[in-house]
Design a binder for this molecule. Structure first.
Ligand SMILES: [Zn+2]
Length: 399
């Protein structure tokens, strides 16, 4: 990256960092059970809710308690079960049409990041009927209050219930982009670990490592605050202590509860302190090849951390020491190496690939362009990469 663009990126990021305390960040109010949703809807005079979920979630019975709670309270609802991984513009439009055709006035997302992102994007289109999703890509382009929104995560990973972001894929260009604005933060989040007990092993692994990536990227970035640093450290420690247990013992209640909070804290950390190039690159890869988001991030995480080099040693050393992976006497560079080695061990243990056979050399230029567009100047990364350096990372994970 040339020196002028570097200066522009850093000035842009500094302005945003200074603005953090002035921006209307809020956290969703936490509910411990889906039963509480009915009271919330009654209190808000909602007669019909729009439930955004997918067939798998319904078939596993994860919506049953919600359906009963709404039935008991005589609240009508419309079920949209066509959520797809990496939601596309056309799915958002389809869901939005059903929402309006059925006269709904609140959104409840039940599922992983895709359901929550889809619900956010539907909400954005409802209040912005004349603005296309593509036009809302970037930051602060919604600027209008969404219908009442409740997020019910059934995976412990995305933290989407806390964030200002909805990640959408434009199926015509394969571009995956984030719409970021404060009204997208759901008003309520139901953190009920019982909903994550049935999560398959692979999804436990992918989503758990996604939460780790959020916490690490937020922590090593240059726009942290005392609050986001604490949330990130807590999240990393919880992942370190609980993810393997969740993977090996899927019904371990304590480990499941802890991972749900790990994901939530990581979400709070990155919504104010951003992610970094792992996510920028991962979005381009999953947008192009449909790769699962958390898996793609976990594969990239050690590679990107190594590429940052010395710029991250001190911060990774803090995380390594907090987790007990390194000692106080280890030099920062050694402690950082131990932290990266731990991530690689986790990936190996959890069956996460080291690279992707899907990557086609002919696509790398385009993908690096998208990653550059997403990451620069928005993400306050520890070290700035231009397109050339970003391209090298695609080659490193091409198998
Ligand atoms: Zn992520």
């Amino acid at each position: 990256m040339n020196i002028f663009k570097k200066a522009y990126c850093r000035i842009f990021q500094t302005v945003f960092k200074i603005a953090i305390p002035l921006l209307p960040y809020r956290q969703p109010k936490i509910l411990r059970s889906v039963n509480d949703c009915a009271d919330i809807l009654i209190g808000a005079n909602i007669s019909k809710a729009f439930i955004v979920t997918d067939r798998g979630v319904i078939d596993c019975g994860l919506c049953d308690a919600l359906f009963s709670a709404l039935d008991d309270a005589d609240i009508k609802y419309c079920i949209y079960d066509k959520t797809v991984p990496n939601p596309t513009v056309s799915v958002v439009e389809d869901a939005r049409n059903e929402y309006t055709a059925n006269g709904c006035s609140a959104l409840i997302a039940v599922g992983g990041g895709s359901a929550m992102d889809l619900a956010k994007a539907v909400g954005a289109r409802i209040v912005r009927p004349k603005k296309s999703l593509n036009k809302m890509a970037g930051i602060l382009k919604v600027r209008k209050k969404l219908p009442l929104s409740i997020a019910v995560p059934t995976t412990a990973g995305t933290g989407s219930e806390t964030t200002i972001a909805a990640v959408i894929t434009d199926e015509t260009t394969h571009r995956k982009y984030a719409i970021n604005d404060f009204p997208l933060i759901p008003k309520y989040a139901v953190l009920d670990y019982k909903l994550t007990l049935g999560l398959p092993k692979t999804m436990t692994a992918y989503t758990g490592m996604d939460a780790l990536t959020h916490a690490v990227e937020a922590f090593i970035g240059r726009s942290t605050t005392k609050k986001t640093r604490k949330c990130a450290v807590d999240a990393v420690k919880l992942v370190h202590e609980n993810l393997k247990t969740c993977y090996d013992e899927p019904t371990n209640a304590d480990a499941r509860r802890n991972m749900l909070f790990a994901a939530h804290y990581a979400g709070i950390a990155f919504t104010e302190s951003y992610v970094g190039y792992v996510h920028a690159i991962a979005h381009s890869l999953s947008g192009r090849y449909g790769l699962q988001h958390g898996m793609t991030c976990s594969t990239l995480l050690p590679v990107v951390l190594e590429s940052y080099g010395k710029a991250t040693h001190k911060k990774l050393a803090v995380l390594a020491r907090e987790c007990g992976i390194a000692t106080d006497t280890d030099k920062a560079s050694v402690a950082a190496e131990k932290f990266i080695a731990w991530i690689r061990d986790m990936n190996e243990y959890l069956g996460i690939p080291k690279g992707f056979a899907e990557i086609n050399e002919a696509d790398i230029d385009d993908m690096a362009k998208y990653a550059d567009k997403e990451g620069n100047p928005l993400y306050p990364v520890p070290k700035l990469f231009g397109r050339k350096q970003l391209k090298q990372i695609y080659y490193k994970v091409k198998s």
